[in-house]
Design a protein around this ligand. Structure first.
Ligand code: BES
Ligand code: MN
Ligand code: ZN
Length: 484
């Protein structure tokens, strides 16, 4: 997609559509005022009759408007002027783009009020790029048609470029999640990482089965052993800071399909389990943006890639695995596999010299029960680091909420036969007992675990993004890197 700044005024723009933003206060300024005047007061009339409210995400299409060159105007509400945030702009631009992408369009120009457009240019461009791309990868009759060109009024060339990088990065994550497990399995995911590395200049290391054995990644290998697809561990390195600076590590769960293993999921629970590599895909999307934006920080992305399958070779209940850090783990549920994969990858992150870690994982259904489908759970061993992550999420408008890590919950993962077991006592507090398990593998290193089981993948579309992989938290991770 071609993205550019435009200096043509809203009324003169002769593209397929212009998108004009308004606020809930009814005050028309900038492009909205200009369009209102040129159309003989259409917007103010619509406000007066309450046809337009300007509430956040409200979409109104005006076809073939007289006085304006473009073939249609989409008016999008931004809500409250005083509390406008980056996430509002991302979502508003996304919603307008998603609506317009129902039909093929050559060019769409976004006119938000001048000052707003400048401050939020990158977020708006990113939202538009995300909004116009769908999940219908294998439909002949597409439901979404990405625009050929996007024009943004306000901001700088650099802002547009940053927005384009961000939009493309979120869409990269979405595509990896939306591809079925027949297409994205550990080897093909690793190949996608290699392609990414060669396009962005990231350094890459790929560990195959043999290397994983040499590295004694017994927990990850235990999960993988029932699958016909061999595992991979990928390390992506971005050298943006000084050589001696310890890197930030982004760690992702990459279970390319989670059948549950011998603790087999029921069919309904398995339907969406191609999404169980969303943590890894989020890390990859963020590394894509961090590399292309040349963020001046050292960042490493590590993803553990396995398939959790059923076969004669599957790991079994009661098996004891030895993780890379030497801890022994009694497996009492083969469907609690994500924490086993992460155990070894977290250990590698620490060995790579990381002094702060964020891991992302579609880890527990319990997190969905606790926080609902739209909110990620944050769990940590370091309150200050957790607040940095929470602030970054808040800044970009992605919903995350901290869950407690009470010491008592750690008692639940004690085992009679090994150092720890891979499930707690019963279902309650399952998001936290999973995090308590992960905590065993990070030592004193500042670490935040993000359980994205809810927000990573949605059954229903949002106004600003199609259903399926959401690309949630790519923007948060990039913000974390920029601020750290
Ligand atoms: N991948 C699932 C968690 C999940 C559930 C992600 C729903 C997205 C949507 C994970 O591997 C899993 O199966 N967790 C179990 C843990 C349990 C066995 C302790 C769960 O949540 O039921
Ligand atoms: Mn599972
Ligand atoms: Zn899983």
């Amino acid at each position: 997609m071609d993205c550019q700044i435009t200096h043509v005024s809203a009324c003169q723009c002769d593209g397929d559509a212009i998108v004009v933003a308004i606020f809930a206060d009814g005050v028309l300024e900038g492009a909205a005022a200009e369009v209102n005047e040129a159309t003989g007061g259409v917007l103010s009339q619509l406000y007066e009759t309450q046809e337009l409210k300007g509430s956040h995400g409200e979409l109104t299409t005006i076809l073939a408007p007289a006085g304006v060159q473009a073939r249609q105007i989409v008016v999008v509400g931004l809500g409250d002027r005083e509390t406008l945030q980056r996430g509002c702009v991302f979502k508003a631009a996304g919603a307008a783009a998603r609506r317009l992408a129902e039909k093929p369009r050559r060019s769409v120009a976004f006119y938000f009020e001048a000052e707003i457009a400048a401050d939020f240019c990158a977020d708006g461009v990113a939202g538009a790029i995300v909004g116009c791309v769908g999940q219908d990868l294998y439909r002949a009759d597409k439901t979404r048609h990405p625009f050929e060109s996007i024009f943004w009024c306000g901001g700088t060339e650099d802002d547009v470029r940053a927005g384009q990088i961000m939009g493309d990065s979120v869409n990269l994550t979405r595509r990896l999640v939306n591809e079925p497990a027949s297409e994205i399995y550990p080897i093909s995911f690793a190949t996608a990482c290699e392609t990414l590395a060669s396009e962005t200049g990231l350094e890459i290391e790929v560990w195959d089965q043999k290397r994983l054995e040499q590295e004694r990644c017994g927990a990850l290998l235990g999960v993988s052993q029932g699958s016909a697809q061999p595992p991979r561990l990928v390390i992506l390195k971005h050298q943006g800071g000084k050589k001696e600076d310890a890197p930030l590590a982004l760690v992702g769960k990459g279970v390319t399909f989670d059948s549950g293993g011998l603790s087999l999921k029921p069919s309904d629970g398995m339907k969406a389990m191609k999404c169980d590599m969303a943590g890894a895909a989020t890390v990859v999307g963020a590394m894509h943006a961090i590399a292309l934006e040349k963020v001046p920080v050292n960042v490493i992305g590590l993803v553990g890639l396995v398939e959790n399958m059923v076969s004669g070779a599957s790991y079994k209940l009661g098996d004891v695995l030895t993780a890379r850090n030497g801890k022994t783990i009694e497996v009492l549920n083969t469907d609690a596999e994500g924490r086993l994969v992460l155990a070894d990858v977290l250990d590698v992150a620490i060995e790579q010299g990381a002094d702060r870690i964020v891991d992302l994982a579609t880890l527990t259904g319990a997190c969905l029960v606790a926080l609902g489908t739209d909110v990620a759970g944050l769990m940590t061993n370091n309150q200050g680091w957790c607040e940095q992550i929470a602030d970054a999420a808040q800044n970009v408008g992605e919903a995350a909420w901290q869950l407690p890590m009470f010491r008592e919950y750690g008692e639940q993962i004690k085992s009679q036969v090994a150092d720890i077991k891979n499930i707690g006592e019963g279902r309650w507090g399952g998001a936290i007992t999973a995090a308590k398990f992960l905590e065993e593998f990070v030592g004193e290193t500042a670490w935040v675990h993000m359980d994205i089981a809810g927000p990573a993948f949605s059954e229903k579309p949002k106004a600003w993004v199609d259903a399926g992989g959401s690309g949630a938290f790519v923007r948060t991770l990039v913000e974390v890197a920029k601020k750290s």
